[in-house]
Design a protein around this ligand. Structure first.
Ligand code: MG
Length: 246
C-alpha cells in the first residue's frame, strides 16, 4: 500500500505496464555512507583557500556532479575564472586530502539492513556513483561484504556526472535490465534527476539538509524521511511492485 499511488503515477508517466523489479541501482555518498558532512567541509576549505566565498549548503545541491565539474563551476561563479579539466582534477586531489584529514566516514545507519533486505528479496544490488574517491570506493567490499554485485559504475566509467542519466543508464546496461526492472536509490536532487531521466522508479531518501520537497521536485517517485524509514517500508514497497506484475 505504501507505494501504490507512487507506482500508479510512475506507470502512467512512463507508459510501462508493470514494475518487474530485478535490480536496485544504488548511490554511494549520502546513501551507503554518511559522508556528505565531511565532503561539504572539505569543499568549503578548498574554495576558501582559493579566495572563493561559499556555504556548505550549496555543495549538497551540487552532489552528483563530477568533482571537476563542481570546481570549474565554483571558479567561474566565484572569481570569474575559467579553469581547465586538468587544473580542476589537480585541485580535486587537494580536496581529497582535506577529506581524509577529517577522519573516517561512518557507514549510513540502516544501509547494511537495506542491502540485506534487497538481497533476500532476490534483487541485484549495483553501485552507481559519480565518485572517484578511492578512500570511499575501496571500503565498500569490507563494509558491505557480499552485498554488492561485481557490476558497478564509478566516475571511471562515465563521462558525464549526474544529473546526466549516463551513470544510471550504464548501471542498467551492465545489469542487462530495462528501466522498469530497476529502482534508483538516491539522496541528492541531481542524482534523483538522473535516475528519473533514465526512466527508473526513483526513490529519494533525505539523509542531509535537503528537504523532501526538493527531491520530489527533482523527479523522485517516492521520498522517505530517513534510511531507517525506507528500510522499514521496503518489504511493503517490494510487495507493491509485485502487485503490478500480476
Ligand atoms: Mg548521494
Amino acid at each position: 500500500m505504501i507505494g501504490q499511488t507512487a507506482i500508479a503515477n510512475y506507470l502512467k508517466f512512463s507508459g510501462h505496464k508493470s514494475i518487474d523489479l530485478k535490480v536496485a541501482l544504488i548511490d554511494c555518498d549520502g546513501i551507503l555512507y554518511d559522508s556528505m558532512k565531511n565532503h561539504t567541509r572539505a569543499w568549503v576549505k578548498l574554495m576558501k583557500k582559493n579566495g572563493i566565498k561559499c556555504t556548505r549548503d550549496e555543495f549538497y545541491l551540487y552532489e552528483g556532479m563530477t568533482g571537476a565539474g563542481i570546481i570549474k563551476l565554483m571558479f567561474k561563479k566565484g572569481v570569474g575564472k575559467n579553469i581547465t579539466d586538468d587544473e580542476a582534477w589537480e585541485l580535486y586531489k587537494v580536496k581529497g586530502r582535506y577529506l581524509k584529514e577529517l577522519g573516517e566516514i561512518p557507514v549510513m545507519p540502516g544501509a547494511l539492513e537495506m542491502l540485506t533486505k534487497l538481497k533476500e528479496a532476490g534483487i541485484e544490488r549495483v553501485l552507481v556513483t559519480g565518485s572517484r574517491e578511492p578512500s570511499v570506493l575501496e571500503r565498500i567490499d569490507n563494509d558491505f561484504p557480499e552485498l554488492f554485485s561485481e557490476k558497478r559504475v564509478t566516475a571511471h566509467d562515465t563521462r558525464h556526472g549526474k544529473p546526466n542519466p549516463e551513470p544510471y543508464l550504464k548501471g542498467m546496461a551492465k545489469a542487462e535490465a530495462k528501466p522498469n526492472q530497476c529502482i534508483v536509490i538516491e539522496n541528492a536532487p541531481l542524482g534523483v534527476q538522473a535516475g528519473h531521466t533514465a526512466g527508473c522508479f526513483t526513490i529519494g531518501i533525505t539523509t542531509g539538509p535537503i528537504s523532501e520537497k526538493e527531491l520530489t521536485k527533482a523527479g523522485a517517485d517516492i521520498v522517505f524521511k530517513s534510511m531507517e524509514d525506507f528500510v522499514a517500508a521496503l518489504p511493503e514497497l517490494i510487495a507493491d511492485f509485485k502487485e503490478t506484475t500480476r
